[in-house]
Design a protein around this ligand. Structure first.
Ligand SMILES: Nc1nc2c(ncn2[C@@H]2O[C@H](COP(=O)(O)OP(=O)(O)OP(=O)(O)O)[C@@H](O)[C@H]2O)c(=O)[nH]1
Ligand SMILES: [Zn+2]
Length: 349
């Protein structure tokens, strides 16, 4: 079996180069390489060249939710007829969030984030901005996909709002309008990993089923745990026939931003740039004279809602930092943050 047979699951040189010379020489190394498809309390489900396997996670990698995510590449050894996790390969990226005050990893090695929204009352620019910030923070290429354009009376309204987002990849389509989904083929090459986000009912499953050789099963799988009790678990990564991996996790839907300062800056780059032009370096963008942000809102260059959402995300980011790092660090962080916004750092008259 050659390593190229792992490409369909997303294997690349990034992982290959983490193997030692001895590992590369050994014939059976490839049988011990897996990509995680589901996470449980003490074990993970994974895909390898010989098919699916269940891998026991020993104590040094616990708690599983903080150390491993769907999409991770791992190495495991067979012991007593069970695979045991030995090593986690350094990922290309990892999506994190805070859950009950603790950082949790929810997905790893993601190439594209398909941010799905529908052309109806579900549509919400603030939510889209939040998802864009998430993608930027974790180095994932975002694509905003507007669905259900076939049942919408005023498509221009939605297209205008999308334009205001300033995102690079924006697509409007409907599974009922032949040809409109074809633009998405540009994202679908062998070895690519696409994660889906979007509210319930926007058409995520419908789109995946239309685009891929794959039927998304019902999300909840009943199974027996070690004590014979029923637990509900989630399968979260699927491989489509064309070698594309799809990540669809509840965690992504409940996302809160974590350590997302850079993502916020990139998503709201126009606001950050405007802030540098305020007359006073410590401008609170409230009623100060010479505030470039207030002026831009008055001139309709940016909307009040866009600025409010920016402030909300900055505040959310700070309160999460406070919870996870302690108040002292947040104070320092906030100072640095605003220093950066006012990097020109001089008062202009
Ligand atoms: N008219 C129209 N209906 C669509 C389109 N895409 C999806 N739908 C319908 O929207 C409803 C919800 O679609 P789903 O694919 O189940 O939505 P989802 O985002 O996967 O929802 P969850 O699984 O709850 O997260 C279904 O009744 C679909 O038939 C579309 O392009 N046009
Ligand atoms: Zn200002």
């Amino acid at each position: 079996m050659s390593y190229s047979s792992l490409h369909q699951f997303g294997w690349s040189n990034l992982f290959m180069q983490q193997l030692s010379y001895d590992e590369l020489c050994a014939d059976d190394t490839i049988d011990n390489i897996f990509r995680i498809t589901a996470i449980h309390r003490n074990r993970v489900e994974a895909m390898g060249v010989n098919g699916e396997a269940s891998i026991i996670v020993p104590p040094q990698f616990q708690p599983v939710s903080q150390n491993l995510a769907v999409g991770d590449w791992v190495m495991a050894e067979m012991a007593n007829e069970h695979f045991r996790l030995e090593r986690i390969l350094e990922p290309k990226n990892r999506v994190r969030r805070i859950n009950n005050g603790l950082p949790q990893v929810i997905a790893a090695n993601v190439d594209y984030l398909w941010i799905i929204t529908s052309a109806n009352e579900e549509f919400n620019v603030k939510r889209l901005e939040r998802y864009l910030a998430l993608a930027h923070e974790f180095d994932i290429v975002p694509a905003v996909i507007l669905t259900k354009t076939d049942v919408c009376d005023d498509l221009d309204h939605y297209l205008d709002r999308l334009r205001e987002l300033g995102a690079d990849n924006v697509h409007a389509l409907s599974v009922n309008t032949p040809g409109t989904v074809d633009v998405l083929h540009a994202y679908m090459h062998e070895g690519t990993t696409i994660a889906l986000v979007g509210s319930s009912g926007v058409g995520k499953s419908t789109l995946v089923n239309a685009m891929f050789d794959l039927t998304l099963p019902t999300r909840e799988i009943r199974e027996d745990d070690a004590h014979g009790k029923h637990t509900t678990t989630h399968r979260e990564l699927y491989f489509a026939g064309n070698g594309v991996a799809i990540i669809d996790t509840p965690g992504m839907r409940e996302l809160q931003l974590y350590d997302s300062e850079q993502g916020i800056e990139r998503t709201f780059s126009s606001i950050v740039e405007l802030g540098e032009r305020c007359r006073y370096s410590n401008c609170g963008h409230d009623n100060e004279p010479g505030c470039a942000i207030r002026q831009a809102i008055a001139d309709r260059v940016i909307t009040q809602a866009h600025f409010d959402n920016y402030l909300k995300l900055v505040k959310e980011e700070e309160s999460q930092k406070r919870r996870s790092l302690g108040a002292h660090v947040v104070k320092e962080h906030t100072r640095e943050y605003f220093k950066k916004i006012h990097s020109s750092n001089k008062v202009k008259y």
